[in-house]
Design a protein. Structure first.
Length: 81
């Protein structure tokens, strides 16, 4: 549970949905450094619809938490914090 203080610090600047999505992206990017999961897949895991995931992704990208690289219809998300 050593990561809990880090994520609670994020709550000072973000919503619970932003922190949940960021945490999931971090977990899913452990091996390659990037999360390649679709908005639908991410949403199914954390209980949000894919439109909400896209909005939250845009928000955490603007906050500098992640870098989103798009190529065609594929997207790679890299955690930056």
């Amino acid at each position: 549970m050593k990561y809990i203080p880090f994520y609670t610090d994020l709550l000072k600047d973000g919503t619970m949905s932003e922190v949940l999505l960021y945490g999931l992206i971090c977990i899913m990017s452990k091996k390659s450094g990037e999360c390649l999961a679709s908005a639908q897949t991410l949403g199914e895991i954390i209980g949000l619809n894919d439109g909400t995931v896209r909005n939250v992704m845009s928000s955490i990208s603007k906050k500098g938490w992640v870098e989103v690289k798009a190529s065609g219809n594929k997207r790679a998300v890299k955690p930056l914090i």
